[in-house]
Design a protein around this ligand. Structure first.
Ligand SMILES: [Fe+2]
Ligand SMILES: [Fe+2]
Length: 246
């Protein structure tokens, strides 16, 4: 018999606290806003599993560190778990949580698998880690604190895949990355800007989600304070990233 998929709270590595009392203190509007925010994240975490599956397909046969291969393979499953954990959060805040449709197909980047992995991990997952780190600072409820901590733990590992690959790039790959860097920054930044706009500023603080305005600040700060110095350290000229940030 097929082993059961660990749904909702069962997807967490450690048992999650019961947030019923904290959530019960919120009014209906606040609960609905948070339920929607967590349901949206469940969807994007599921799509992240597809992004990692495409990325893994590109790098698994390359001569990379075993840790890179292992973490990339694990990341496909991590994102499936994250989606379930976020779906559990949406349910805790009162949303209906039917099983999600399969993740969207993600195409391999034309610049090649290593550049694809760097865009996905060193850039996108680093921004995601900064977002979660700030969310953790703000999280006041025990449940959201535990959930955000678990997600953050994995996203930091995912970002490290990209930084490890970046450090091992040859000159040709460095040139290929430099050429598409502005496009990568635009795509990643626009996804977050879109999320910020959809989130808005009415979201109650302290429940593991950031308000739109705070999100914008976190994203651009992460580009400036984490991505740009990291690229420079690896010998990639970050001028075009600065230009994209305006
Ligand atoms: Fe995730
Ligand atoms: Fe991730």
């Amino acid at each position: 018999m097929l082993k059961a998929f660990p749904e909702l709270a069962k997807a967490a590595r450690r048992p999650l606290p019961d947030g019923a009392e904290e959530i019960g203190r919120l009014d209906a509007t606040s609960r609905a806003l948070l339920a929607n925010a967590w349901a949206t994240r469940a969807r994007s975490e599921l799509d992240a599993s597809s992004a990692f599956a495409t990325m893994l397909h590109g790098i698994i046969t390359l001569d990379v560190e075993p840790s890179v291969r292992w973490l990339a393979a694990r990341a496909v499953c991590d994102e499936l778990r994250h989606s379930e954990i976020c779906r559990h959060m949406a349910a805790c805040y009162g949303a209906d949580v039917p099983a999600l449709a399969p993740p969207r197909r993600v195409e391999q980047a034309t610049a090649g698998p290593v550049v694809h992995a760097i865009a996905n991990c060193a850039i996108s997952e680093t921004i995601a880690s900064a977002f979660l780190s700030r969310s953790l600072d703000e999280a006041q409820s025990a449940l959201s604190h535990a959930v955000v901590r678990e997600l953050l733990e994995d996203e930091v590992d995912h970002s490290r895949i990209g930084w490890a690959l970046l450090a091992g790039m040859d000159k040709g790959e460095q040139r290929a990355l430099t050429a598409v860097l502005p496009q990568i920054v635009r795509i990643v930044r626009n996804l977050w800007l879109d999320a910020a706009e959809k989130t808005g500023d009415d979201l109650p603080r302290g429940h593991g989600c950031l308000r739109g305005t705070d999100l914008l600040t976190v994203v651009d700060d992460a580009f400036r304070e984490l991505v740009i110095p990291g690229l420079s350290y690896a010998g990639i000229d970050p001028t075009s990233v600065r230009r994209e940030l305006g």
